[in-house]
Design a protein around this ligand. Sequence first.
Ligand code: UD1
Ligand code: UDP
Length: 385
Amino acid sequence: MKLKALAVFGTRPEAIKMAPLIKILNKSKEIGCKVAVTAQHREMLDQVLSLFNIKPEYDLNIMEEKQTLSDITIKALKGIEKVIIQENPDIILVHGDTTTTFAAALASFYRGKRVGHVEAGLRTDNKWFPFPEEINRKLAGSLADIHFAPTKKAKQNLLREGVSPDTIFITGNTVIDALKVTVKKDYTFSTALLNDIDYINKKVILVTAHRRENIGQPLKNICKTIKRLAEEFTNLEIIYPVHYNPSVRSIVFPILNGNDRIHLIDPLDTRDMHNLMNRSHFLLTDSGGLQEEAPALGKPVLVLRDVTERPEGVEAGTVRIVGTSQDIIYREAKKLIVNDREYNKMAEAVNPYGDGYASERIYKSLLYYYGIIKERPVDYLPYTV
Ligand code: UD1
Ligand code: UDP
């Protein structure tokens, strides 16, 4: 009889990173996989489900404007418990660090089920940054039975916390699997504006910022610096797909509206996003996923946070932590705009995060864990990081 897996996720990045694994499980003879979404995100989740043609068996549809973390946790916990009772899966697969991830892992534990944690072990070791993701990921990790660590560092973090090495597999990050499918050389964007940008004569800066801990003064600082850059450097096109969170939009639009060189657009379809990244000069972002994708494409990233749980890109030199103060963001962005030597130093395509086969390794690890294959999959160890 086939093993029964239930993949649970709720937000855009989880969907992007779980999609390649679901595709593989759907073809498997040994493991059957059903999908439950909490829909902690709605439009931004649906964009990804449609791109990867995933039709969830369960949709809890929990998103509401301005709901608190406790609201999300309670609704997700109760909803997922019902799905687990109905489906009775052998293993629940969760991803990363969202509140859906934590709630799904907790519901699974309460029902005595095993949990597989994809993208396990990333840490800043600072409880408040990123908030609440650092703790969500830790809690999910302590509830998990099998840990799919994307890098060696992530595995080391888990070992340090006492996790048994037998249960940790280094797989690479599934985001690179997704990127391999989406990025094309002669890509035509589905968002018309993006086809009209002059990528050759202009320097395109791609911006995203949505983190909870940045909402307020830090996001205002970020926006004011973007405005200053656009006013000072006439060869820039700044493209900012703005997250649907009303608390983000109410800060971003009043500061950045009305400048010809700043394009405030709705969140992009992931294929558009990945290809835009591929054509941009550099990125300004507080996102986690973009810190993994951009190095693979050789695009410098200035990270609008004080700490990162993804140090591999920083060590490789493609990613620089710049925080959220206006002076430092301006100084570092200016360097990448005017100084080719500085730019070229960072614009090295490096890929500490994966080779496009992470989902395959996760699948094999599951088969090994359940004794279906005898040989342990080889860890993904690209080089020293
Ligand atoms: C969530 C995750 C964060 C992840 C991010 C990815 C938590 C606590 N946070 O943060 O880890 O980095 O997703 O983007 O799990 N909204 C819409 N439509 C959408 C999506 C969001 O309108 O498709 C609005 C809603 O009003 C919603 C709000 O954005 O209430 C915030 O969404 P929420 O999932 O609570 O937090 P994010 O900041 O998106
Ligand atoms: N992304 C997207 N459209 C956008 C912005 C981001 O498809 O308009 C993708 C991006 O390429 C990456 C993921 O969403 O794969 C990152 O999601 P987000 O920044 O929301 O979350 P985080 O990674 O910070 O948890």
